[in-house]
Design a protein around this ligand. Structure first.
Ligand code: GTP
Ligand code: IMP
Ligand code: MG
Length: 337
């Protein structure tokens, strides 16, 4: 039996979707359940040249043998969810908590038209902030009240704890990232909830004593979408020289790009209780390492970067992503006693 949480250590978009799909295929959890804010998230998973963009469902859907769940902490946009279930062909193995709060059209309209949210904070316009406000005001609808969702409704907390009692493996996937946490990020340029590991446990109804590992995913060159401070941000020209250009999965906005931030890496590791560090985009440190699957194939430049990162994080970096595709991955967990 084991319970692992995965979260982002930068400003979101660290490539959590890619790491989740790798870990799921390797660790074979019986259940993969999502925490985090809601459909403001966008994960990209590339399998054999086919690219999936996921906003509501767990990125772990690519691992066919797991049951998929969405914990009570997550906001549900029924239109986005139902569309995704059909597109991903996961009807019959995805379930949502009966207590999830619902995003209504009026929340989306407000998020897009309110200039504090859309212009100052630079939200994704998916209605999450206004919906979380109504949840706190206790005026929101819950998932069990929406007829179209009835076949997916369950008690996720009960399902997950029962699975752990039976000796099964459970994987909890987080969304967003440390730097946009409502509690720990650069307020007010943050999302509408905490984004750390403890929140992902709460979102899914798992007590802190049941968590075995916390994987924190960092990007070799962190990115940020929307407004807010970014101390290590580089110019567009510098990013172009490094061959990095990224666009948001949900909004299509160009992502701001920065250098590795040692201070942020350590602080995020501390608050998340990181036991395993994961680093994506190592191919941007040295393009020669693109697609490597063994540590020995990495250049000195990459190895030096990783060893410095490990010092900064204060936990072993055991998952190294060398490209967007599922198998472009180095997994050192088995080599570690
Ligand atoms: P959020 O929940 O929105 O924070 O998303 P996410 O962490 O799943 O990340 P997202 O998919 O939005 O962005 C990561 C981008 O990096 C995607 O386009 C991935 O395909 C890509 N990616 C992931 N790992 C690597 C890698 O090792 N190298 C390169 N070059 N790209 C990668
Ligand atoms: P909101 O979550 O839509 O309210 O947006 C608040 C801030 O968080 C904005 O800067 C968004 O760009 C950012 N944000 C929210 N979700 C994500 C995500 O999944 N990845 C990256 N940034 C995000
Ligand atoms: Mg994303």
């Amino acid at each position: 039996m084991s319970c692992t949480i995965l979260v982002g250590g930068n400003f979101g978009d660290e490539g959590k979707g890619k790491i989740v799909s790798h870990v799921a295929h390797t660790d074979k959890p019986q259940i993969i359940s999502r925490g985090g804010v809601g459909p403001n998230a966008g994960h990209t998973i590339v399998v054999k040249d086919k690219k999936f963009g996921v906003r509501m469902c767990p990125s772990g859907f690519v691992y066919q043998d797991a049951r998929l769940m969405i914990g009570t902490g997550v906001l549900i946009d029924p239109t986005v969810l139902l569309h995704e279930i059909e597109e991903l062909g996961i009807d019959g193995r995805i379930f949502i908590d009966k207590r999830c709060s619902i995003i209504e059209q009026e929340h989306i309209t407000e998020d897009k038209s309110n200039s504090h949210l859309s212009k100052k904070v630079g939200t994704t316009g998916t209605g999450c902030g206004p919906a979380n406000r109504d949840r706190a005001m206790r005026t929101a609808r819950q998932a069990w009240e929406v007829p179209e969702l009835s076949k997916y409704i369950t008690d996720v907390a009960l399902e997950l704890n029962t699975a752990l009692d039976a000796g099964e493996n459970v994987f909890l996937e987080g969304t967003q990232g440390f730097g946009i946490s409502l509690y720990y990020g650069n307020y007010p340029f943050v999302t509408s909830k905490d984004t750390c590991a403890a929140q992902m446990a709460a979102d899914n109804g798992i007590g802190p004593t049941r968590i075995d590992d916390v994987i924190v995913v960092y990007k070799a060159f962190p990115t940020r979408v929307g407004s807010g401070p970014f101390p290590t941000e580089m110019s567009r020209e510098e990013a172009q020289k490094l061959g990095i250009q990224e666009f948001g999965t949900v909004t299509g906005r160009e992502r701001r790009i920065g250098y590795w931030d040692p201070e942020m890496a350590r602080y995020a590791a501390m608050i998340n209780g990181c036991t395993i560090g994961a680093i994506t985009g190592i191919d941007h440190v040295d393009p020669d390492c693109f697609g490597a699957t063994r540590y020995s194939q990495l250049s000195k430049k990459c190895k030096d970067f990783l060893s410095q990162a490990e010092d900064d994080i204060g936990a072993p970096v055991l998952l190294i992503s060398t490209g967007p595709e599922l198998d472009q991955m180095i997994d050192l967990r088995a080599d570690t006693p």
